[in-house]
Design a protein around this ligand. Sequence first.
Ligand SMILES: Cc1cc2nc3c(=O)[nH]c(=O)nc-3n(C[C@H](O)[C@H](O)[C@H](O)COP(=O)(O)O)c2cc1C
Length: 206
Amino acid sequence: MKKKIEKIDFDVSGLRNTDSFPLVGDPNEATRLRFPLVGQVVLITSVNREKVPSLATQSWISIFASRPAIVGFGCNVNSPTAKNILSTGEFVVNIPGAELAKKIWNVSEMETEENKQIEKVGLTPVKATKLSTPRIAECKAHLECSLDWTKKYGDQVVIFGRVLLASVDKNAVEADFGQRYKYLKLFADLDEGVYGVIKEAKKVNP
Ligand SMILES: Cc1cc2nc3c(=O)[nH]c(=O)nc-3n(C[C@H](O)[C@H](O)[C@H](O)COP(=O)(O)O)c2cc1C
């Protein structure tokens, strides 16, 4: 007979101030953990009305529709990133490789009140094709997006963007399947200060 796997249920329907999904479990118990639904680490660039660029580390991001191409991500409504995008109507999603992980965690630890300078964290802003928001040169792919829709939940906002242009490093475009992912080194936010890297692409039916 198949062995039954024991499950532990966490009720997250009435979260209190001390709780914050995706953390589940009692804050005072050793069994508290980050729920295992992970998001890819990206850098969002945006500009304010004076065209001063800013960047933010984000991992609550995904594709939501394919025709038209829609991406969405969730962030704090008072963050410079949200304010910039709501006032200029544009942003760039930059896809980094894991070699940038340290720099990227440094970005997230910088003061939130001010626009973060891209150069200050050792990254290079380069002109985008369709927007006044810069891309980040060290990243391996970019989505240039115009603001499409927002939805507020408390002090957080989900921002949906229409993808106007997608750009991928030539090295990745021209590589074969296996080599492409070795080059891209895409990575996901797993836990506080912990990330996981996609190093291998496997065919379901080899
Ligand atoms: C790996 C990683 C992923 C993160 N993902 C998110 C996210 O998806 N949404 C969010 O609001 N903050 C996220 N943060 C925290 C933000 O990066 C941080 O609050 C940052 O200050 C936001 O920048 P801004 O205030 O300039 O917009 C993440 C931090 C790290 C290190």
